[in-house]
Every structure is written in C-alpha cells, then in structure tokens.
Design a protein around this ligand. Structure first.
Ligand SMILES: *[C@@H]1O[C@H](CO)[C@@H](O)[C@H](O)[C@H]1NC(C)=O
Ligand SMILES: *[C@@H]1O[C@H](CO)[C@@H](O)[C@H](O)[C@H]1NC(C)=O
Length: 96
C-alpha cells in the first residue's frame, strides 16, 4: 500500500522538488484565471490549497493512465478553493 502510494505520488514529488517548476505553474494558473489575492496570508493559504488540489489531480490522472478512471482531470478556476468552499458556491447557485 505504501509502495503504491509512493508510485502514485511520484509526479507530485518531482514537481515539489523542483519548486521553480511548481512556482511557474502556480503563476501561470493565477494569470490564466485572473486571480488577485488581498494579502500575503491569503495568497499563501490559496497556494497551499491549490497545491493540495494539484496533487489530487496528478494522482487521479496517474490512476487514469492505469485504466482506473475513464477521464482525466485538470486544474480549473476552482483549484484554489477547498471542497467546502466549492460546495458552498454550488449551493449558492453560481460556479463560474
Ligand atoms: C487578508 O485577506 C483576507 C481575505 O480577504 C482577510 O480575511 C484577512 O483578514 C486579511 N488579513 C490581513 C492581515 O489583512
Ligand atoms: C486500478 O485498477 C486495477 C485493476 O482493476 C486495480 O488492481 C488497482 O488496485 C486499481 N488502483 C487504484 C489506485 O485504484
């Protein structure tokens, strides 16, 4: 089980060990989705959430390439939000 997890997390490990590559993805994602954060605290929090979501996407896609899922995932404009926040947004009736 631990070996399986290690294998699935490999792309994430490579990315985080090359933090300049991850920073570039983060910056490009912010530009693409026109994200502006109020302050450093907020930005660091969003970056942490984004990284976590990014890891889930990578792991999902790794599983998809092994045939476990019929679709792959990508980062989108909700990638800096927690699952709770996305649910709130859905209930409020407006995603996007
Ligand atoms: C930073 O921005 C967030 C979100 O708008 C806000 O809740 C928080 O109070 C701000 N913190 C500071 C130190 O200004
Ligand atoms: C992916 O599917 C294979 C074959 O059905 C299965 O053996 C494996 O445990 C699955 N892996 C994950 C991470 O779900």
């Amino acid at each position: 089980m631990h070996i399986l997890c290690a294998v699935l997390l490999l792309p994430f490990v490579i990315l985080t060990h090359s933090s300049s590559a991850l920073n570039k993805v983060w910056e490009e994602w912010q530009i693409e989705h026109r994200k502006v954060y109020d302050n450093k605290t907020e930005m660091e929090f969003r970056r942490a959430v984004w990284e976590k979501n990014m890891m889930l996407v990578l792991r999902h896609n790794q599983e998809a390439s092994a045939g476990n899922h019929s679709f792959t995932m990508g980062l989108n404009h909700l990638s800096d939000m927690t699952a709770e926040e996305v649910n709130e947004k859905l209930k409020a009736g407006g995603v996007g």
